[in-house]
Design a binder for this molecule. Structure first.
Ligand code: ADP
Ligand code: MG
Length: 453
């Protein structure tokens, strides 16, 4: 029996937790047994990257270690992520034909040599990134982050956006993301390759906006930070997001036709229907009262044919913005798209307003979190910050687009209905994954729909 046949046998008798990362939330996922090994990349020393299919046809990327007649999902310390980084640092190609290693070199020589240095210095030390994650990320040698895609999209007829979008930004030399070092793809399920893992520069000391923005607003509300300083990050984010859109726009654009705007209207109504069905209690009652006004706003999508469409981030919120370095800089991460939208929708080109609405919503949400979780907080100060931060972000975004000669990308009319749709999605996300989050969309909607009876 060759090593791959042995691996196949072990996978066929493995438990469902083979495919699941070690997180409490994952335990809720149901994996239909038996599992089947679809393909495997041998990284040496009993370490593998596997594509595993469950009995329902669900496909999973699984870093695997094999030992004492068993297989288990590799965790930090097992060396699978480090072996991938080592392969990326060299020039070798994966030994199995369906696995493809894409390497990125920045167009500027200095940056390209920094990338090479990161990879060659990474070594073998691994640790996991311990935050609530939908994927599984491992830091290798404090230099690189390997992000395993846990579940592969069911439908390979749709191109997964993350690989394309990271590639576009990397090709464009956009500096507002951690440097893209490489991607491991699998071509065993045509027509589109599946992204199994992405490898990016590790940003030391980076924290995401659910930490830094919440801390900032808390400090501002306590009087420890002046108003100007409390709004500076919102301005920097506006410039950053505009830069990302300009980079995406240079890789191609389209315009929305009537069919597209109808699809948006239907998609938004669908999100509202789901939220109405799922949310009970006082929040559900308030949502039901607000529903006619929300639906009316969704009708305005139909007036927006002609809106420019480009690739966008697709799931933009402060949690996707890392703050790092001194003085502070910001980097956008996680181009996997919105976990609550269908992949076909996420893969399409979208109006830039989708990201703008996402960021406006999350600036509001930061304020709601501070109000809820800070004893004795000055609520008025936080509410004032929300409005000012949104206005500051938006003004900086718009003027950066104009400065780049790309002002025509933004169609203001699409922002408000997208903000309302986003709050419906927040409700759905709350019910499915994070029950206590409901207060956030509930409060955000009261700001979007003032003057309620
Ligand atoms: P998910 O898809 O699970 O949300 P993300 O790609 O957004 O995963 O990353 C989750 C967390 O990992 C981030 O909030 C951040 O704390 C950390 N992280 C991700 N990429 C990097 C990086 N390049 N450098 C430092 N930390 C990172
Ligand atoms: Mg994320």
């Amino acid at each position: 029996m060759n090593p791959t046949q042995r691996l196949s046998r072990l996978v066929a008798t493995a438990r469902g937790d083979l495919v699941l990362p070690l997180r409490p939330r994952a335990a809720a996922d149901v994996v239909a047994l038996p599992l089947r090994l679809a393909d495997a990349l041998d990284l040496g020393a009993s370490r593998w990257v596997c594509v595993v299919i469950d009995a329902d046809g669900g496909q999973w990327t699984v870093p695997v270690v094999e030992g004492s007649g068993e297989v288990r999902r590799a965790i930090a310390g097992d060396g699978v992520a480090a072996a991938l980084v080592t392969m990326l640092a060299g020039s070798g190609e994966p030994a199995s034909p369906a696995f493809v290693m894409r390497r990125w070199r920045h167009p500027l020589p200095d940056n390209a040599s920094k990338q090479r240095k990161l990879l060659s210095e990474a070594g073998t030390h691994e640790r996991s990134i311990a935050v609530d994650q939908t994927n599984d990320s491992i830091v290798v040698g404090e230099r690189a982050v390997v992000k395993w895609a846990v579940r592969l999209p069911a439908d390979h007829s749709v191109e997964q956006p993350a690989a394309r979008r990271l590639g576009m930004l990397a090709d464009h030399g956009f500096s507002g993301i951690p440097a893209t070092l490489g991607m491991l793809q699998w071509t065993g399920s045509p027509p589109h390759p599946a992204l199994l893992a992405s490898v990016t520069e590790f940003l030391p000391g980076a924290v995401d906006g659910w930490t830094w923005a919440v801390d900032d607003v808390r400090a501002f509300a306590a009087g420890d930070v002046a108003a100007d300083n409390a709004l500076l990050p919102a301005r920097q984010l506006g410039v950053l997001v505009a830069g990302m859109h300009v980079a995406f726009a240079s890789s191609g654009r389209a315009v929305a036709d009537e069919k597209t705007t109808q699809r948006w209207r239907d998609r938004a109504n669908h999100a509202l229907d789901d939220a109405l069905r799922l949310v009970d209690g006082p929040e559900g009652e308030r949502l039901a009262r607000r529903a006619p006004r929300i639906r009316a706003a969704f009708e305005t999508f139909l007036e927006t044919s002609g809106t420019p469409l480009i690739d966008v981030h697709g799931d933009l919120h402060v949690g996707q913005v890392l703050r790092h370095g001194s003085p502070s800089r910001y980097a956008l991460i996680d181009f996997d798209g919105n976990p609550v939208t269908a992949i076909e929708e996420g893969a399409r080109r979208q109006p830039v307003a989708l990201d703008v609405a996402g960021m406006l919503a999350s600036l509001d949400h930061v304020g709601r979190v501070v109000i809820k979780r800070t004893d004795g907080v000055d609520v008025d100060a936080v509410l004032a910050w929300i409005g000012q931060a949104q206005a500051t972000f938006f003004a900086a975004y718009r003027s950066a687009l104009l400065e780049a000669g790309a002002g025509a990308l933004l169609d203001d009319r699409v922002i408000r209905p997208l903000q309302l749709e986003q709050e419906c999605r927040e409700f759905i996300y709350a019910v499915r994954h994070l029950p206590h989050w409901r207060y956030v969309p509930d409060a955000a909607l009261s700001a979007l729909l003032p003057d309620e009876e």
